[in-house]
Design a protein around this ligand. Structure first.
Ligand code: SF4
Length: 343
């Protein structure tokens, strides 16, 4: 145990039910042992509405804390132990660029509905709320894309093109009906002739971690481990998803390991903190869980025990996350639409 462990626990005891700590599955064990609730983005977003704590500390990356701030009750303060823990994929879709591209896509009168993966800023979610769209997680992307396709002429899915393609594959949306956009120069490079025929327009973003998994990793692993099952997160490329035995959200990967019989060997293509935790959890039942390749998210790692302790020591004086009333109103519309559709 580190020197911060006791300090954090003493501070948690001091605040009692005035404090709730939430942690994402990709956090390291020394952070997660201090949380009240652990989950993926959707599970944690759902938790916010039922929390009465005055202070909510979000151990994850910035966009997750922003979603919590949008859903928080009046007076509730949302904190993150390190403001620099941003998600590179979320940063690939700046709000102003989205608005410019969306307006360019709607120029010829087509109703284009924006659908943002939760890995996006609160401002991006607010634009989705404002333009009749919504947000999705990897767990409900299929339901949400199906819904969005029924709301207009086309859907602009952002920022993760891999999740967009993988979800479109689940819905059997033909490749000819999809278009990866050239978003440079405020949308002026968009090919409007091609846009006219596309029902799914994809923002060209990727997760810096999951995009690094390659088909060759699966092929090599299968050669070295006959009988291994490979499951991956849908932020991986469509080629990697096709080469695997299954793909799904973090909750799916957790359940896959739980449901596997004793003696199973499973390789998982996702952030390695989660894989290591699953390996330790299922080792006693004789399950061998290994990473497809050991890749960790350096931004998630910016939240650590030392920074959590530092925040808790000065919690009363800490500046909570603040969003403009407009951003709260419209991002909440987008988030609540998702929670309602997926209830
Ligand atoms: S794992 Fe990928 S999507 Fe998740 S926070 Fe890191 S960069 Fe962003």
């Amino acid at each position: 145990m580190s020197a911060f462990n006791e300090r954090i626990e003493a501070l948690r005891a001091k605040y009692g039910n005035r404090l709730a700590i939430l942690g994402h599955h990709y956090q390291a064990d020394d952070v997660l042992r201090h949380v009240d609730f652990q989950g993926d983005s959707l599970e944690l977003a759902r938790k916010i509405e039922g929390l009465s704590a005055e202070h909510v500390v979000f151990c994850g990356v910035f966009f997750m804390a922003e979603s919590a701030a949008a859903l928080a009750r009046p007076g509730q303060k949302i904190h993150i132990p390190h403001q620099g823990a941003t998600c590179p994929m979320a940063d690939m879709a700046p709000a102003q660029r989205l608005e410019d591209v969306l307006n360019a896509l709607r120029e010829d009168g087509r109703l284009v509905i924006p659908l943002a993966y939760v890995n996006s800023s609160a401002e991006v979610k607010a634009i989705c709320g404002l333009y009749g769209g919504s947000v999705c997680t990897s767990a409900n992307a299929k339901t949400m894309l199906e819904w969005a396709l029924q709301q207009g002429d086309a859907v602009l899915f952002l920022p993760d093109k891999n999740l967009g393609h993988n979800t479109a594959n689940q819905l059997n949306l033909d490749a000819t009906e999809r278009l990866e956009l050239d978003i440079r120069q405020d949308g002026s490079r968009i090919d409007h002739k091609k846009v006219r025929y596309a029902r799914l327009l994809l923002w060209p973003g990727v997760c810096a971690i999951h995009h690094k998994f390659k088909k060759i990793h699966i092929q090599e692993l299968r050669r070295a481990n006959p009988g291994v099952r490979v499951v991956v997160h849908p932020e991986c490329s469509p080629g990697v998803v096709r080469a695997s035995d299954g793909a799904g959200s973090t909750s799916y990967l957790i359940k896959y390991c739980a449901d596997a019989p004793s003696g199973a060997r499973i390789a998982i293509g996702t952030e390695c903190n989660l894989v290591q935790r699953l390996a330790a959890r299922h080792r006693p039942q004789g399950k061998d869980i290994i990473p497809l390749k050991a890749l960790s998210c350096s931004n998630m790692a910016k939240v650590n025990e030392e920074r959590l302790a530092g925040l808790l020591v000065d919690l009363e004086a800490a500046q909570p996350l603040s969003l403009s009333p407009d951003v709260i109103e419209h991002s909440r519309v987008a988030l609540e639409r998702m929670l309602r559709i997926c209830a």
